[in-house]
Design a protein around this ligand. Sequence first.
Ligand code: UDX
Length: 457
Amino acid sequence: MENQRESHMQQRKKRRVVLFPLPLQGHINPMLQLANILYDKGLSITVIHTNFNSPNTCNYPHFDFCSIPDGLLEGGASTSDVIALIELLNVNCVVPFRDCLAKLLSNVEEESIACLITDTVYHFTQPVADSLKLPWIVLRTSSISSFLAFAATSLLHEKGYFPIQDSEAEAPVQEVPSLRMKDIPIIETHDAENFYQLLVRSMSQTKASSGLIWNSFQELEQDALTTLQRDFRMRIFPIGPFHKYFPASSSSLLSQDKSSISWLDKQAPKSVLYVSFGSIAAVNETEFLEIAWGLANSGVPFLWVVRPGLVRGFEWLEPLPKGFLEMLDGRAHVVKWAPQQEVLAHPATGGFWTHNGWNSTMESICEGVPMICQPCFGDQLVNARYVSHVWRVGLHLEKRLERGEIERAIRKVILEAEGQEMRDKIMQLKKKVDVSLRQGGSSYQSLESLISYIESF
Ligand code: UDX
């Protein structure tokens, strides 16, 4: 009996999963977190990655990595037009990805490859996996609600709703309750038709996959999950939040400035506003100065991530007036990139002014930190609407960026009763996260069924 169990365990350890992350920070983080979760459950891991934004392999000695040429560096790839970048990846990677995968499959080794897991926007991977007869599961790195909004966007485009007229901006979107037309997750690109084409392809490929994994949890998005199960009749695994399975993530492409934590250590509990707009969003010089003066005039201490390239046309902090930071006399700390999960978990952090990328939104929920929402494009618009009007754990800065509005919003969230109400609500969500990950919880059970599913291939 004991021998049987041991041999079963050995067999379980011998399945391998191949993962292929999209080379953007907000997509690399959840894919590598998922890889760690699967590894922890006894699966071996191979990560195929592009040369562009390649992950720091030293942080993952327990994984195998295969790099494929993507032809991007020669073409001056940039994240300033994300849709164009994704389209290029979907064309350039086909042959090198197929060759790499075929080689991995032909290697006679002890472990058999159970399945391939790729990001949903890599629509070219479905025919490749099919031609090699390999089960293919997709990871959706955004929220379930925003995925449904993207599906609705595709329909609305077919019905000729775009571009949205100003008079229709406040109209409700019938296909996605809680959203107005202006919350529709449009992503601007040099040719709008490319965006809609990408949506159509990703949706149809997603439907053709063997399963769909979410960095979200049932209790947060129950209604959206019910709709998804109705409309997408496939295996669905909401196993998030991924980053809570392990201590702080190590898949950062930029080096995280640890002085953020030593500075926070000197601040009073819940007194600091943390400000970061993620890895892609950018602002112009005027907006940047309004942000700076809004922060300064609020009187609240702040930790501000000014990523190089955040201000279009500038290297870093050049647009700030001379002596601006000195004038604040230690009330501000500015870094190029922060250890965000540690910052949000720090007792001094009282609020998060965020662009509402899905990772940032989940990380804030997990630490019970209320938000000021400043969405820039795509799924961020949907996330901001849910944070402010469905979960009611944040304040949406909807008007144009103006220092007086900013100052009032910061004071509300950090100092006033409205902020405290949001903090109480988000603490309730945080508790639900903890329950969902515990034995018997929804994410725990979903992960168990995902592992059995992968092992059944
Ligand atoms: C992008 C999209 O913009 C987002 O809407 C989508 O949901 C995922 O892809 P990004 O803009 O980078 O991602 O935002 P986000 O999803 O929040 O991911 C940023 C990640 O970088 C987070 O995991 C965050 O912890 C990390 N981060 C951010 C740092 O480690 N340090 C920082 O200073 C800022």
